[in-house]
Design a protein around this ligand. Structure first.
Ligand code: IMP
Length: 195
């Protein structure tokens, strides 16, 4: 089975690719010849993930999936959530986003947060969604240089290290994206037997 993964984020591809069995061949947007950036205009991860996979399906007619991820901080009532990528502004980079988050939480003792990933799969024209959650907390200062995004300040429950201090394999043990992908793969392996 061939599946287009509707992203241009090489980190997401690097995390998801090794979780797929050989029977599921992943095609990136670039490999599918699609250059455009897909908008994320909605106010939920579910709706944004859905929009991305539907746009790619409407262009290609092919089976495809997308994912949208948000960081939900308890003391911020779930923010930045769907605005995680643009937390410090429309064109903000990861360091600016992290600095804003640390600044906002400067005097906050409750550091609990979670990453939530929603995958939207379109298989034979029908949509299915899968969620993965990683509970954890926001560190006091950035650390490490692995991973991407907020990894230098996110410490998953069950570890004393932030994601950016972990190897890819270590991050996968906890990862929101890995949990959502495992559900996707489990579903596809069952559905593939019916195709
Ligand atoms: P999006 O899913 O590409 O919209 O990502 C939303 C924001 O969350 C971006 O700022 C990403 O860098 C960040 N992000 C997504 N997944 C992760 C992750 O696994 N670790 C750290 N940051 C992430």
């Amino acid at each position: 089975m061939e599946l287009i993964f509707a992203t241009n984020n090489l980190h997401k591809i690097a995390e998801i690719q090794p979780l797929l069995p050989a029977s599921i061949r992943l095609k990136t947007l670039k490999q599918a010849g699609i250059e455009q950036d897909i908008p994320e205009p909605h106010d939920s991860l579910e709706a944004n993930a859905s929009e991305k996979s539907k746009v790619i399906h409407s262009i290609t007619g092919a089976n495809c999936f997308s994912e949208d991820t948000g960081l939900e901080v308890v003391a911020l009532k779930g923010a930045p959530g769907v605005k995680t990528a643009r937390y410090a502004g429309e064109n903000a980079g990861p360091n600016e986003n992290i600095n804003k988050l640390l600044d906002v939480l400067r005097n906050e003792n409750d550091r609990r947060a979670r990453f939530r990933t929603v995958i939207s799969l379109i298989l034979n024209g029908k949509e299915f969604q899968f969620e993965g959650i990683c509970e954890g907390r926001i560190g006091d200062a950035p650390s490490g240089n692995q991973g991407f995004g907020y990894d230098p300040v996110f410490i998953p429950d069950g570890s004393d290290s932030c994601f950016a201090d972990m190897t890819l394999e270590e991050k996968q043990q906890f990862s929101h994206r890995r949990k959502a992908t495992d559900k996707l793969v489990g579903f596809l392996l069952v559905e593939a037997t019916k195709l």
